[in-house]
Design a protein around this ligand. Structure first.
Ligand SMILES: *Cc1c(COP(=O)(O)O)cnc(C)c1O
Length: 414
């Protein structure tokens, strides 16, 4: 089908709640995707980190095929081998606890909110989150998200949430009340502009939570599964949350979410308290187990560390060269490049050069290549960014054409 027809169908029949780039994708493998015209793109933002181990990873594809022929769905009133095995695998990499399965990041966070509310019921219900956080788009998740742009128009919000300044211990302490039951944060804020939690801040928050019997919840929906050079980002800090949420790359591209809770608190969600019809289906669990297998057998975390440090070295060189780069932030293969200019033009120019990246908060370029990425692909991406930035700088140095000065934008169009 002609790609224009594909786009037309969206305009006619798909609810327009997304800002979409007119790119019709057809096929993917590893760090590459191909559009409907057969053009190849280097993907440094694979499905918002969903395809974290690369597009159509061989092990994930095989696992899905095999399981699809056997049994696709089992209701959660019965048992299936793979759900227990996946829970065990997650716990093996995390902390002693248990897992609730769902289908997305927002749903995993909802499960965390419900668990802590159940634990605090009836007197403690307040959940403190962080400014510029992002926790998903369901009503409770946007209520938790510390950015009004996601909340406007959907009021009244779910009560009991408030957000405080990021990396600011005093602000957090001031916000705690006797009703506070949990603190929720992303160890690295993704959508908020790749803002890394300070070491001392996170340690202090951990102590504060333990002292005040407040549950510490880490939203690792974006930072989990090896992205930051450890299986979960919190491991970079030498501490543990009480609850962790996962989704995005957990299924190697297949939808699955998980809420992981410490053993002592997990059973508070007893029979009948919470559910997700599709949660932890055999197909999703097969995909997630294959993802863990790929990460371990192919030493993808080691690759994330090595290629990640190469990426940051290159980005910091780029920063020395281009004054438009204010700051380079991140960890492992999660990088944010804060610009002094609007980043959307850079995003679009990279797209023209067949490099897919993301721009968040209007001026932070976000690069999260698949864990299988190679140094030469990083070099290629850096080269594209360099050229695109040079072009932008040259344009800003060139005086505008006389016609546009005299006649304004109308005249210059003719
Ligand atoms: C993407 C994201 C979510 C929401 O996940 P969905 O699967 O879209 O519901 C929640 N938290 C973080 C940190 C995310 O990056």
């Amino acid at each position: 089908m002609d790609y224009r027809k594909t786009i037309r169908l969206y305009y006619d029949y798909v609810i327009p709640c997304y800002t979409r780039t007119p790119l019709v994708l057809e096929r993917g493998k590893g760090t590459r995707v191909w559009d409907a015209q057969g053009d190849e793109y280097l993907d440094f933002f694979p499905g918002w980190a969903v395809s974290g181990i690369g597009h159509c990873h061989r092990r994930v594809v095989e696992a899905i095929k095999r399981q699809a022929e056997q049994l696709i769905h089992v209701s959660n009133n019965y048992f299936h081998e793979l759900q227990g095995l996946l829970a065990q695998e997650i716990i093996r990499h995390a902390f002693p606890g248990k897992v609730f399965f769902c289908n997305s990041g927002a749903e995993a966070n909802e499960a965390a909110f419900k668990l802590v509310r159940k634990l605090g019921n009836p007197s403690r219900y307040e959940i403190i989150t962080m400014d510029r956080s992002f926790h998903g788009r369901t009503l409770a998740a946007v209520s938790a998200t510390g950015q009004t742009k996601y909340q406007e128009g959907f009021e009244p919000l779910v009560p009991g949430f408030k957000s405080v300044a990021w990396n600011d211990l005093e602000a957090l302490e001031r916000a705690i009340t006797p009703q506070t039951i949990a603190i929720v944060l992303e160890p690295i804020q993704g959508e908020g502009g790749v803002r890394v939690a300070d070491d001392r801040y996170l340690s202090a928050v951990r102590r504060l939570c333990s002292d005040r019997k407040i549950y510490l919840v880490f939203d690792e929906v974006q930072t989990g599964m090896g992205r930051t050079g450890r299986m979960f980002c919190y491991k970079n800090y030498g501490l543990e949350p009480d609850i962790m949420t996962l989704a995005k790359s957990l299924g190697g591209g297949f939808p699955i979410g998980a809420m992981v809770a410490k053993r002592e608190i997990a059973d508070a969600l007893g029979p009948g308290t919470h559910a997700a019809t599709f949660g932890g289906s055999p197909l999703a669990c097969a995909a997630a187990l294959a993802t863990f297998e790929a990460i371990e057998k192919e030493k993808l975390i080691g690759n994330a560390v090595i290629v990640g440090s190469f990426l940051f070295k290159k980005l910091n060189e780029l920063k020395k060269k281009h004054p438009m780069i204010r700051e380079v932030r991140g960890m492992g293969l999660m990088a944010g490049v804060e610009l002094s200019i609007d980043g959307r033009g850079i995003y679009e120019d990279c797209l023209k050069e067949r490099l897919l990246i993301n721009c968040t908060q209007g001026h932070v370029l976000r690069l999260m290549p698949p864990l299988v990425v190679k140094e030469k692909e990083v070099s290629r991406a850096i080269q594209v960014l360099d050229e695109v930035m040079i072009a932008v700088e040259e344009k800003s140095l060139t005086p505008p054409p006389v016609s546009s000065v005299i006649g304004g934008p109308i005249a210059s169009q003719s």
